[in-house]
Write a protein that binds this ligand. Structure first.
Ligand code: UDP
Ligand code: MG
Length: 322
C-alpha cells in the first residue's frame, strides 16, 4: 500500500502539487502558457509550486522566467549551465520538488494545462503514475508513425504496457519521484523509468494541440537516439536477440555444410551460384555490423555511466528558499 497523499496538508512551506516544466528556447510560449497554467493550478485549491528548468536557452526565456519567479507566488526557476536535454531538465526539477503529487508538462502548450485537475484526481484515486494518451494528436504523420513504432517496440522489448510513451503530460506520486531521484543514470527516458517503479499505473486520454510557437527541438536524428536510449536503457533484449540469431545461424550453417558435402559426392565439383553466395554473404555482413553497433550502444552507455560526470550543472536557482 502506498503512503496516502496528505490532502489537508496545505501551508506554503510544503506544496501539495509540484508542476515541472522544461524550457529550451520557448520565449514566445512562456507568457501564454502562464496565462492558462496559473489559473488552472490555482483552481485545484491546493498549495502548489511551479518549477521551470531553463535548459540553456539562447533566447530570452531565462529573463522571462526570472521575472515570473518574482511576480508569481510559488514559481521557481532552475538555471542550467548549458543544454542537457529535456529529461535531465525534468530530473533536476524532480530533485528540488517537494510536492506530494508531481506533474510534468511541456512548455510549448501542446499539453493543455486545463487537464491538470483530472491528473490530480486520478492520483488521488490511488494510482501512483498517471500517463496520458493524446487524443487527435496534432503532429505530422511522420511523427505519429515514428511514435507508434516506438510505443510498440518499447512495450515488446521492455515488457511494459503503455499506450503513449511520448506524451509528457504526466502525474507521479511522491513515492515514485523519490525512487526516480535515487537513480543516477545519465541517459534516461522518464516515462519508462517511472513505469518500472509503478505498482498501480493508469492512463487517461487528454487533448493535444499543435505547438503554438517556435519549432520542435527534436530532429529525426535525435528521435532515433531517444529510441536507442529507450531500448538499451531498459532492457538487454536486443543483445539477447543477437545471441539467439547467432545460434540459429550456426545450426543452419552446419545443416547447409552437410548438404553441400553430400551434394559434392553426388553432383561433383561446382562453381556456379557465386553471386548468390555473395548476396547471402553481404546480408550476413550487414547483420554482423548491426550487431557490433548494438554492442557499441551498450558499451558507450556503460562508458558514460562509469565516467560519473555530473548529469547536469545548475548555475543558479530562483524562488527556492535558501
Ligand atoms: N526541451 C528542453 N531541452 C531540450 C529540448 C526540449 O528542455 O534540449 C523542452 C522544450 O522546451 C519543451 C519540451 O522539452 O518544453 C518538449 O520539447 P519539444 O516540444 O521540442 O518536443 P516535441 O513536442 O516535438 O516532442
Ligand atoms: Mg512539443
Amino acid at each position: 500500500m502506498l503512503p496516502k497523499a496528505d490532502i489537508e496538508g496545505h501551508g506554503m512551506e510544503k506544496p501539495y502539487l509540484s508542476i515541472v516544466i522544461p524550457v529550451y528556447n520557448e520565449e514566445a510560449n512562456l507568457a501564454p502558457l502562464m496565462e492558462r497554467l496559473y489559473p488552472a493550478v490555482q483552481g485545484t485549491g491546493r498549495s502548489f509550486e511551479i518549477i521551470f528548468t531553463n535548459d540553456g536557452s539562447r533566447d530570452r526565456s531565462l529573463e522571462i522566467l526570472r521575472r515570473m519567479a518574482e511576480d508569481f507566488a510559488g514559481v521557481k526557476v532552475i538555471e542550467f549551465n548549458g543544454n542537457f536535454g529535456q529529461h535531465m531538465a525534468i530530473l533536476a526539477a524532480f530533485e528540488m520538488s517537494a510536492g506530494e503529487i508531481v506533474i510534468t508538462l511541456d512548455a510549448d502548450l501542446q499539453n493543455p494545462p486545463e487537464e491538470i485537475p483530472r491528473l490530480v484526481a486520478e492520483i488521488e484515486k490511488g494510482h501512483d503514475v498517471v500517463g496520458t494518451i493524446r487524443q487527435q494528436r496534432q503532429d505530422s504523420t511522420f511523427r505519429k508513425l515514428a511514435s507508434r513504432i516506438v510505443n510498440i517496440t518499447t512495450n515488446k522489448i521492455t515488457g511494459m504496457q503503455m499506450r503513449d510513451y511520448g506524451c509528457m503530460l504526466r502525474a507521479y506520486h511522491r513515492y515514485v519521484i523519490d525512487n526516480i531521484n535515487r537513480c543516477r543514470e545519465s541517459t534516461t527516458f522518464i516515462p519508462a523509468l517511472a513505469q518500472t517503479f509503478a505498482s498501480n499505473p493508469s492512463e487517461i486520454e487528454v487533448g493535444h494541440a499543435e505547438r503554438s510557437m517556435g519549432e520542435s527541438k527534436y530532429s529525426f536524428y535525435s528521435l532515433i537516439r531517444l529510441n536507442f536510449d529507450l531500448m538499451t536503457g531498459f532492457s538487454v533484449v536486443p543483445l539477447q536477440l543477437f545471441a539467439l540469431f547467432g545460434i540459429i545461424t550456426s545450426v543452419l550453417s552446419v545443416a547447409f555444410a552437410i548438404f553441400l558435402l553430400v551434394r559434392r559426392f553426388i553432383v561433383g565439383a561446382e562453381v556456379e551460384g557465386v553471386f548468390t553466395l555473395f548476396a547471402i554473404l553481404f546480408f550476413f555482413i550487414g547483420i554482423i555490423i548491426l550487431g557490433i553497433g548494438i554492442v557499441g550502444e551498450y558499451v558507450g552507455r556503460i562508458y558514460q555511466e562509469v565516467r560519473k560526470r555530473p548529469r547536469f550543472v545548475v548555475r543558479r536557482t530562483y524562488g527556492f528558499d535558501e
